[in-house]
Write a protein that binds this ligand. Structure first.
Ligand code: NAD
Ligand code: DAU
Length: 339
């Protein structure tokens, strides 16, 4: 099978490409715009081993329908997996425009080109954030109402609805996946796990938004990749599948676990102004994915955190490459405003 993976130079896309090339004999075409979050270096070893045979890179924007059409035809694509998006909630609060462009217009453009080209499988990689926020009890199911609270979440919910309309109106075989918080190798250090680890490593304050009582459900990235692979093979067209990690923790506890692994003092923890519209709690009922796809998360949170921290320790060069980019500037400004 020839699979177009969009956003393959980002965190989850990179992990997915490694996973698929290892697990199957598919050919992967990676279309990525290389925004601040996209890093060609993530795939150096893939390039070395598979380039021009089972792996091809195309720089480009999913909003560019003619380019997408050309790629679909040239590579005789069978299936599309759309990871390409602006993914950082804090950035969506500061500057939503690019989220509307890539996440909504981009998905629309990709759906249009893919349906015209008669693509047989289209996976839209979405998020639990489209459901909004939970109280202390309960889980999100696929039937939970859409109630996004950040511009990021609203853009992803809009894309999900476009997918629904392409299935209902044109019979286009779209599947939407909604996953909880991923962590693991190659995650851009603007997100909680790598950011806390890297700041603690340098004995810099580790920021906690608000009281730190917000709860996220954590899933190791390879478990998410396996879920998407299962969708490609067994997913029902038109379906939505939740994925979760069975690992609900308050943010403060996550940071403490990271500090414990590193042998660092809790004195590094610094409470800062809360994120506006901050969702209190996410938790997933993934029984549909379990029943229909045989999905179950395999990596426990403690194990996954150790794997992640060891990966960042071994890949200092990767981190140094990112630190020279614009991310430092954004994050420093963000924390200054909130301290
Ligand atoms: P990321 O920010 O690390 O990577 C996004 C990638 O998309 C980058 O390589 C970027 O260059 C590329 N990109 C952005 N706009 C593009 C465009 N217009 N055209 C082509 N490429 C473009 O994101 P991530 O954390 O890997 O998330 C990937 C997907 O998974 C996103 O759709 C996100 O909404 C979804 N998701 C993420 C999580 C999570 O915890 N990170 C959880 C659930 C769902
Ligand atoms: O739930 C899935 C979503 O998870 C994905 O759709 C998003 O793309 C992904 O970025 C992630 O969103 P979050 O906002 O949950 O992730 P983030 O790592 O930014 O924050 C996790 C929690 O930690 C959140 O409650 C905010 C808090 N936080 C975050 C940072 C970066 C802190 O307290 N301090 C921090 O420094």
């Amino acid at each position: 099978m020839n699979i177009l993976v969009t956003g393959g130079c980002g965190f989850i896309g990179t992990n997915f490409i490694y996973y698929m090339l290892h697990e199957h004999d598919h050919t992967i075409i990676n279309l990525d715009k290389l925004t601040y979050a996209g890093n060609l270096k993530n795939l150096i070893s893939v390039e070395g081993r598979y380039n021009g045979q089972r792996y091809f890179f195309e720089k480009g924007d999913i909003c560019d329908t003619p380019q997408v059409m050309n790629i679909l035809k040239e590579y005789e694509i069978d299936a599309v997996v759309n990871f390409a998006a602006e993914s950082h909630v804090d950035r969506s609060i500061s500057a939503p425009d690019q989220f509307i462009e890539s996440n909504i217009q981009g998905t629309y453009s990709l759906l249009t080109a893919s349906s015209k080209a008669g693509i047989k499988r289209f996976i839209q990689v979405s998020t639990d954030e489209v459901y909004g926020s939970l109280g202390p009890e309960g889980l999100f199911t696929e039937e939970s109402p859409l109630a996004p609270n950040s511009p990021y979440a609203a853009s992803k919910a809009s894309a999900d609805l476009l997918c629904r309309s392409f299935f209902k109106t044109y019979g286009f075989p779209v599947i939407v996946t909604r996953c909880s918080n991923n962590y693991g190798p190659f995650q851009f250090p603007e997100k909680l796990v790598p950011l806390s680890f890297l700041r603690a490593k340098e004995d810099r304050p580790v920021p906690v938004y608000g009281t730190g009582s917000n709860v996220r459900d954590w899933i190791y990235v390879s478990d998410h990749c396996r879920g998407i692979d299962l969708c490609l093979r067994k997913g029902r067209p038109g379906a939505i599948y939740n994925f979760g990690g069975d690992a609900e923790y308050e943010n403060l506890d996550v940071i403490k676990k990271i500090l414990d692994i590193m042998g660092k003092s809790y004195k590094l923890i610094k409470f800062v102004k809360d994120r506006p519209g901050h969702d209190q709690r996410y938790a997933m009922d993934y029984s549909l994915a379990k029943d229909e796809l045989g999905f179950e998360p395999q990596v426990r949170f403690s194990e996954g955190l150790e794997l992640t921290i060891n990966w960042y320790l071994k890949n200092e060069e990767w981190v140094d490459g990112i630190k020279s980019g614009e991310y430092i500037e954004f994050m420093e400004k963000w924390y200054k405003e909130r301290s």
